[in-house]
Design a protein around this ligand. Sequence first.
Ligand code: M6R
Length: 590
Amino acid sequence: MMCGIVGYIGEKKASPILLESIKKLEYRGYDSVGMSTIDDRIKILKGAGRIDDVHKRINFHSLNGNTGISHTRWATHGGVTDSNAHPQTDCKGKIAVVHNGIIENYLELKEDLIKKGHKFSSETDTEVISHMIEDYINSGKSFREAVLETSRRLQGLFAFLAINEKEKDKIIASKHRCPLVIGIGSNENFAASDVVSFLKHTNKVIFLDDDEIAEITKDSCKVFDITGKQKNKEISQVRWNSEEAQKLGHKHFMIKEILEQKETIDRVASHDRKSIEKIAKMINDAYGVFFVACGTSYHACISAGYIFSKITKKHVNIFLASEFPNFSHFLTKNTLMIAVSQSGETADVLEAVRVAKEKGVKVLALVNVMGSSLMRMSDYSLLLNAGPEICVLATKTFTSQLALIYLLAYTCAGRYEEGKKGLEDVSKKVKDVLSEENIQKIKNLANSLKDEENIYLIGRGLSYSTTLEGALKLKEVSYIHAEGLAGGELKHGTLALIERGTPCIAIVPENESRHDILSNIMEIKSRGGYIIGISNRNEDVFDFSIIIPDVEMHPILMIIPIQLLGYYLALERGCNPDFPRNLAKSVTVK
Ligand code: M6R
C-alpha cells in the first residue's frame, strides 16, 4: 500500500491540522480518506473518494479533540469502499490505527484473532493491527507494550500510528520498511509519512529507523527499539520550507515544478565541491559501478551510461532496480552501487540496495528527500536539492538528477570547473525554454494532439533516454499511448505502426548523430508521419518545431517541452495532472 499517514497531538484542535496535513500527502494515494480524534471518546469519519469530496460529504472539522490520526489510501487489500478506508479499529472502537504498507501474514493473524472471538469489519490487512493491540491490552499489557508486541509479529512492510481512548495523551508510532518521521513542535508533535505534511508547523524532525516504536505526547517523543529498550535519537533540521510545498498561485503542482527548473539546476551547480570530488574519486576507484533506479530515475541512469562513456570514458552498468537482484553475482567488495531515487522510499530500489549491502558493496544515493530510507541505508549520499516534488510525475527532479550526473562525470574526468560552468550555462537557457512564447506554442500543439491515440518519440545516443522519459511523461499524465525508441530501431519493427498523420516527436540536438536521426525522420515522413522536431534549429522535414538553445548538456533542456506538452495534453483531455489514475508518487511496494 502506498498510503499517507499523519498524526497530531498538541493544544490545538486536531482535525483542521490533520486535514491540511493529510492533503499534503494526497500524492501518496487518493482513493479514500479518513480521520480519527479522541475527544471524550474515539470518533472516526472516513469514506471512499478524494479528500475534498469526502470532506464536503462528512465534514472532518466536526471532529473535536487535540489528538488524532489521519490517512489517505491507495488500495491494495480490499476494494475502494468506505469500510476499507482507514482508520481501522478494534472490536469496541476504542483503538484506531492508520497504516501504510502491507502486512504479509495478515491472513494467519486474522484467523487467530477470529478464533479468539474478534469481529472484523473490513477486508484490509490493517485491521489485524488494531485487534492485536486490543488483544495484548486485554492480556494486561500497556498501550506501548501492546504496539511493541504487535509489531514483533507483523511480517511485511509497515508504518502505523495508533491511538487509544484509554491513554488519550499519546500516539504510538511503529515503523518497519515504510517511511515515518516525527515532527517536533512547541507543545505539539506530529508523525507523518513525509515531512512536507507538517512542514508548516515545524522543520525539526526525528527520522525513525526500522523496528523503532515512538511514544509521542504533546511535549515529548520517546523512541524504543523492538526489544523495548529506550534509544537516544538525534533531532535534525530539514532545509525545505513550507512555501515550497504549496502551489503558490499555480493551478497544479506539475506546472509549478516544471517552472521551478529555472532555479533547480543552479542548485546542483552550487553543490559543495569537496563532496563532489570525494564521490568522484570513489567512482574512479570502484571496480564496477552499478546505477540502479526505477521509472524516471531509471531514465536518468540510462543517460548516465552515455554521459560517463562520453565524458569520463568509463563504462557504468545500468539496471532497473526491480531486475537488479538477478545480476547480483557480478558484485564484489570493490563495486560501487549508485542508487538514484527522488523519494528515497521506492521499495524496489531499497531491495536492490539491501541485496548489494549483503555482498559488502558500498552504496551511494542520489536522492531528493533528506532522511529518506535510501539515504539512511546508503554509505554516502548526495542530495538533489530540488525542493519538495509533490506532483506524482517527476519533472524537476529528473533534470536535477541529470545535472548531478553531469557534474560527477566531469569531476571524474578531472574537469569539475567545466561541468559546473556547463550547468550554469544550461540553467540560464532553461529560462528561454520556459518562455511565454514557447509555452503558448506547446499549448497550441497540445490542443492539436488531444485526440490522438498514439505518439512516438525518437532520438539517438543521449536523446534516446530523452525519448523514454518523454514517453513516460506523456502516457502517465494524458493516458495517450506513447513509445520512445532509438531512431535506429524504427526499421526493426515500430515503423509498421506509422500511418498518415501519426505524430512523432524527434529529438534532434546539434551533434554527431544529427545526420542519422534526420534519416530516421525521413523514414517516418515518407509513411505520412507528422513530425514534431525538438531541436536547436528548424529543418524542412519538421511539420512543427520547438526551438531549444544549443548546449552540450542538451538532455536537460530537451525534456522540458515534453513535460509541458504532457501537462497541457492532460488539461485538454480533462485529466488531473497532479494525480494520474492508478499511480502514487512513492512506490513503497515491490
Ligand atoms: O522516487 P523514485 O525516483 O524512486 O521513483 C521512481 C518512480 O516511481 C518514478 O520516477 C515514477 O516513474 C514517476 N511516476 C515518474 O513520473
